[in-house]
Design a protein around this ligand. Structure first.
Ligand SMILES: CSCCC(=O)C(=O)COP(=O)(O)O
Ligand SMILES: [Zn+2]
Length: 204
């Protein structure tokens, strides 16, 4: 029997919380199951000590199909996860966090993209090029999260992203991968690159 994939998400959330990326209930993490439904963190949960009961299971059309606690509401940002799973059939985990560095770095963007530094770490995002010119898409933050999700869908259908990540300005980063471990690695690399950009601006 395979273990419940929520355990990997709970461990990741604890680490991200300790890194200061999920303070004050910020962020939401999801994992997709074989039947295409996905578990997502319930809205407003403290992310440092999640339990299996702190999730909601969503079917691909966005409706709740399982809630271990009747008081749980799906993450307010479920529509973004739903959009990513719909656009990318091989994706099994989608992680969204709020770091200080991501919010500063997003403001270095131009014309809806943030160029990333050509560091060796880029290989960890699946780009194996000499002096890679990689950019992360940056979306405006909207009070109506569905508007962000619609913009993500429209833009990615027209131009798929270089890397499995997007930024929402003054909000945070979202990454996705083929498993919780892959998504965690992508998130750690993205945050490393944001930190690099912020520090580089300070010393150059
Ligand atoms: C203090 S976090 C504000 C909402 C947000 O951006 C977020 O990531 C958490 O929302 P959720 O509904 O998933 O708790
Ligand atoms: Zn958020």
């Amino acid at each position: 029997m395979t273990s419940d994939p929520r355990s990997a998400v709970i461990a990741a959330a604890r680490q991200f919380y300790q890194l200061g990326w999920m303070v004050g209930t910020a962020g939401n993490l999801s994992v997709r199951l074989e039947d295409s439904s996905f578990w997502i963190t319930a809205s407003g949960k403290q992310k440092g000590d999640l339990r299996d009961r702190d999730f909601v299971r969503i079917n691909p059309n966005g409706t709740v199909i399982e809630s271990p606690n009747p008081n749980n509401r799906p993450s307010a940002e479920t529509s973004i996860h739903q959009t990513i799973y719909d656009l990318f059939p091989d994706v099994c985990a989608c992680y969204h966090v709020h770091s200080v560095e991501a919010n500063i770095a997003a403001n270095f963007s131009r014309d809806g993209y943030l160029p990333l530094p050509p560091l060796e770490m880029i290989k960890g995002l699946g780009i194996w090029q000499e002096n890679p010119e990689v950019k992360i898409p940056v979306f405006e933050n909207h009070l109506a999260v569905r508007d962000i999700a619609t913009e993500v869908r429209d833009r990615f259908q027209a131009a798929p992203p270089d890397i499995p990540a997007l930024l929402i300005r003054n909000h945070g980063v979202t990454v996705w991968g083929s498993s919780p471990t892959v998504a965690q690695n992508y998130l750690e690399i993205a945050e490393y690159l944001f930190r690099y950009l912020v520090v580089a601006r300070q010393i150059t």
